[in-house]
Design a protein around this ligand. Structure first.
Ligand code: UDP
Length: 461
């Protein structure tokens, strides 16, 4: 027998900004569809989200925000992924189980489904143990997930060894319809430390196993963006880009307060003129690189909006800018610590996005028809750059000089090239149209999301 209930969903993201935001977006979407959501952040991130929203209760009125410890002390370094991963594995599964048991005691229908970030295989394990239906949420490109699922084949073909080390350097295709991938761009291989590479590989293999028993694997991407990857792994369901239809217009889950004043500055800039520069939540630049970027923006002679997070510059501070930079730039440049990025990318004055190519940034820009200048840093960003530059042809990458730095001349040259060739914008608008029609009524992502919602709302009795 099948009955319809108000589903109570526990959503748990990997504890990083680029994972919390899209799962929050999905959760808000599910609320709109009549679901109840308990959103489980780590205590550390929960505090940041609450502080950054500074009393705006909009989200808390819709979603129950709860937190569990991640196993590290308040001052411990959470950029040390090895330490963080080990601490999480020790503490979070037990705490998640407690949260679910508590809900089950208070809510007569109990938790109907757990949606966990694909990187948290253990959370799917907790749901399995408690006999709860489970969904793995993949917030990045399907091609990246395809590379993780293909690890056994990559080992069998001698492309990598069992520790993830690269044995063959030349590009490979996971299937005839997928773009060429450079083995050095595989997520685990972007960690320079072999011990980290091995640890990430082992985690991936464990997650792959857990995910096999999930009821759904949903991905924040669209068939129109990655037909080959979705054909290779049809069990992965494209439901995105979640932000493309700008359904909710509400942002939540940010770790830093958004500085909306930049939108007023954007209002004063000519249509299609501004370079938006942002490196997501994790990327770090050393001082030389930061200064070259500043000088490149200066020499471009174009308006720019630049996100300089407090922790963007390695050992940096306010004195990191080249001498006299801010005076010379004047009102031509606007610098913020954290921008309302989705609103920025939707603003008509934005001409291009100088981006680190995180997947959220990638799909947000694609959804707004904004071409890219690509500056990837690590993890999946290298591969995302190849989608942008080689497959969709909506952006240009930078070349490093003999000192391993992207120099100011290179930055200016690539900006001039992108602005001087209208075909980048034309292709970006074509891609935007395809992606947006996918999330609208009758589109691929829309249909699959509809099936997913129907499944969520139906519980076996
Ligand atoms: N973001 C933002 N304001 C900023 C910079 C980034 O709101 O000033 C958001 C951006 O819209 C995206 C997320 O932070 O949703 C970053 O995710 P992404 O996958 O691009 O990069 P990551 O931070 O994971 O490296």
């Amino acid at each position: 027998m099948v009955e319809l209930i108000q589903p109570h969903i526990v959503a748990i993201p990997y504890p990083a900004q680029g994972h919390v935001l899209p799962l929050m977006e999905l959760s808000l979407w599910l609320v709109k569809e009549g679901c109840r959501i308990t959103f489980v952040n780590s205590e550390f991130n929960h505090k940041r989200v609450i502080k950054a929203s500074s009393g705006n209760n909009d989200v808390r009125n819709k979603i129950s925000l709860v937190s569990i410890p991640d196993g590290l002390g308040p001052e411990e370094d959470r950029t040390d992924l090895k330490k963080l991963t080990e601490a999480i594995a020790q503490v979070m599964p037990g705490k998640l189980e407690e949260v679910i048991n508590l809900i089950n005691e208070c809510d007569e229908n109990g938790v109907s489904c757990v949606i966990a970030d694909q990187n948290l295989g253990w959370a799917l394990g907790v749901a399995e143990k408690l006999n709860i239906r489970r969904v793995a949420f993949w917030p990045a490109a399907a091609a990246t997930l395809a590379s993780l699922f293909s690890i056994p084949k990559l080992i069998a073909d001698g492309v990598i060894d069992s520790d993830g080390a690269i044995l063959k350097k030349q590009g490979i295709k996971l299937s005839a319809n997928m773009p060429t991938m450079k083995p050095s761009d595989f997520v685990w291989a972007t960690f320079p430390d072999p011990a980290m590479c091995k640890m990430v590989m082992e985690l991936v293999v464990e997650n792959n196993e857990r995910v096999k028993s999930a009821d759904w694997i949903i991905c924040n991407s669209a068939k129109e963006l990655e037909p080959g990857a979705f054909a290779l792994f049809p069990q992965v369901s494209p439901i995105g880009p979640l932000l493309a239809s700008n359904r909710l217009g509400s942002s939540a889950g940010h770790f830093w307060p958004e500085d909306s004043n930049c939108l007023k500055w954007l209002d004063q800039q000519p249509h299609n003129s501004v370079i938006y520069v942002a490196f997501g939540s994790f990327t770090i630049l050393d001082l030389t690189q930061f200064q070259e970027l500043a000088l490149g923006l200066e020499s471009s002679e174009r308006p720019f909006l630049w996100v300089v997070r407090e922790d963007l510059i390695l050992n940096g501070g306010n004195s990191a800018y080249p001498k006299g930079f801010k005076d010379r730039i004047g009102s031509r440049g606007y610098i913020v610590k954290w921008a309302p990025q989705q609103k920025v990318l939707a603003h008509p004055s934005i001409a291009c996005f100088l981006s680190h190519c995180g997947w959220n940034s990638t799909v947000e820009s694609v959804s707004n028809g904004v071409p890219f200048l690509c500056w990837p840093y690590f993890a999946d960003q290298m591969f995302n750059q190849s989608y942008i530059c080689d497959v969709w042809k909506v952006g240009l990458g930078f070349n490093k000089n003999e000192f391993g730095v992207i120099g100011k001349e290179e930055i200016k040259n690539k900006m001039d090239k992108l602005f001087g060739d209208e075909t980048f914008k034309e292709r970006a608008l074509d891609l935007q149209a395809k992606v947006n029609s996918s999330v609208k009524g009758g589109g691929n992502s829309n249909k699959i999301f509809g099936e997913f919602i129907d499944w969520i709302k139906t519980q076996r009795g």
